[in-house]
Design a protein. Structure first.
Length: 489
């Protein structure tokens, strides 16, 4: 199949979260299965064109945004690492800015709708230029949510695209791209679509994510549990009813891990490599991390968190029970940025427990790898977690997850049963600080009272298969379902 993969961020060129990682890995996994893949992503100012050997293809191309509005853009290209996949970058005045989504003031760009509409429309022009026919457009999150609509309306008779189908993936339904109609007035989208709440209308506003949900051929999200959750009022964020109408076309596929980036056997960011057969390297990684962060170098159980500091991540639960957690005789390491109030709260905690607590308000990829390797436990008390990657990294690195049963965490972390030895972590269900603490308490008790069982658990989780191989086969089935949908026989 000929697959065009569209994303607002793609590692190693741009990243704010897990979307960038996944948008790098899925295309590579599909190429390995024999498919022809092209990636499209914006060219932001932060993209290092020299480092990634990004070259100009053609300047001053025109993308028609509406019947009387056009955007001039430049097309750039490179080859994606560890593959032969061409990556095309769209550069225009809307997209070529310092921030990916927000300006210097930390606020979303007010013209975000036109930024990403210009991106989507430019993709069609670029595909015409390189004369690339398409079987599947795989588009991701609200930033490319209008592409399936354009495909089924404006481009439905186009020679290159008339047989193309779309797959729309919801990575996080909490971010929908909701704006007033005036922000998309230049597109000249007919009012018959905008005024109908069964189509593009959304309580008098325009919702990019809803457009993707309504017009895509196949709808996916990032875990089976999250696919169920977003059909409920609690997790649907106002889109649960429209998602229910697409439930027969909805699939949940858990991400894999890019083993060229995350693998304790080969990770160049670690002081010593290791695997499940020889865990001495993990002990070295723990001591190294403790020393690097000025913690006491000891055998105390070390709990790690790498997270956006946001209410979604449940860090308020950690704050509420922080003293009780530290009283268990543990060490605590946090890495992340986000809400300034949460940042300040944890920095204040660090002052009291300076020998056993390290709060790092930054994002440091090297330190992230070293925390995954050096920690004994990884805490994820999320209110909701569509998929989550850190619990997968943690298990591969022998770091036992402590997680709430939601979304992808529910699909990938099974509660440990001390009698049978089955399970892959310590799980709690309710969004409750006491329930979270009980799960932590169980984990620390096992570590302190029965090291043989703890080591067995550690080895078991390290031997799980988290590669993209399984996920890629599921994506292939989804693409085939999209391709044959409504096919004339």
């Amino acid at each position: 199949m000929k697959i065009v993969f569209v994303s607002a961020e793609v590692v190693p060129y741009s990243k704010t979260g897990g979307l960038g990682d996944v948008s790098s890995a899925i295309p590579k996994a599909m190429e390995k299965l024999g498919h022809k893949v092209i990636i499209f992503t914006p060219l932001y100012k932060s993209v290092d064109t020299k480092k990634h050997n990004i070259k100009l293809v053609k300047k001053d191309l025109l993308a028609l945004v509406g019947s009387e509005s056009e955007v001039i853009f430049d097309l750039y290209e490179t080859i994606h690492p560890d593959s032969t996949i061409p990556v095309y970058f769209i550069k225009n005045a809307y997209l070529y800015r310092d921030g990916i989504y927000v300006g210097e003031d930390g606020e979303d760009y007010p013209d975000s709708p036109m930024r990403f509409i210009s991106f989507m429309k430019s993709i069609f022009t670029a595909l015409e230029l390189i004369e690339a026919s398409v079987d599947i457009f795989h588009v991701n999150d609200w930033h490319s949510g209008l592409l399936p609509f354009f495909l089924k309306t404006e481009y439905k008779e186009h020679e290159l695209f008339k047989n193309a189908k779309s797959v729309f993936t919801i990575h996080n339904i909490g971010y929908q791209g909701v704006y007033g109609f005036e922000t998309i007035s230049e597109t000249n989208i007919p009012e018959i679509y905008l005024n109908d709440d069964d189509l593009l209308g959304f309580h008098g506003l325009f919702n990019f994510m809803k457009a993707g949900i309504v017009y895509t051929d196949v709808l996916t999200t990032v875990s089976s549990k999250y696919a169920e959750e977003i059909q409920t009022k609690q997790f649907g964020y106002g889109l649960e009813k429209i998602i229910k109408t697409r439930k027969d076309d909805l699939y949940g596929i858990v991400h894999g891990i890019d083993l060229t980036e995350w693998n304790p056997k080969t990770d160049e960011l670690l002081p010593k490599n290791y695997d499940s057969r020889n865990l001495k390297g993990k002990e070295v990684c723990k001591s190294y991390l403790q020393d690097k962060l000025n913690l006491d170098v000891s055998d105390k159980p070390l709990i790690g968190i790498i997270s956006r500091l946001a209410t979604q991540k449940g860090l308020d639960l950690v704050s509420k029970r922080f003293k009780k957690i530290m009283d268990l005789g543990v060490q605590f390491v946090l890495l992340g940025t986000g809400d300034s109030k949460i940042e300040k709260n944890f920095k204040n905690r660090e002052k009291k427990y300076s020998q056993d607590c390290s709060i790092n308000i930054e994002f440091d990829n090297r330190l992230a790898h070293q925390i995954e390797a050096g920690a004994d436990f990884f805490l994820m008390p999320s209110r909701y977690e569509p998929c989550g990657l850190n619990q997968l990294y943690s298990m591969l690195y022998g770091t036992v997850p402590i997680a709430r049963k939601t979304g992808g965490l529910a699909d990938t972390v099974q509660d440990y049963n001390e009698e049978t030895g089955e399970g892959s972590g310590f799980v709690f269900e309710r969004i409750n600080a006491d329930d979270m603490f009980k799960a932590i308490e169980r984990a620390i008790k096992l570590y302190k009272t029965d090291q043989s069982k703890f080591i067995k658990l550690r080895k078991n989780i390290m031997n799980k298969d988290f590669s993209w191989n399984n996920a890629a086969k599921k994506w292939q089935k989804v693409y085939l379902k999209a391709k044959i949908k409504n096919m004339k026989i």
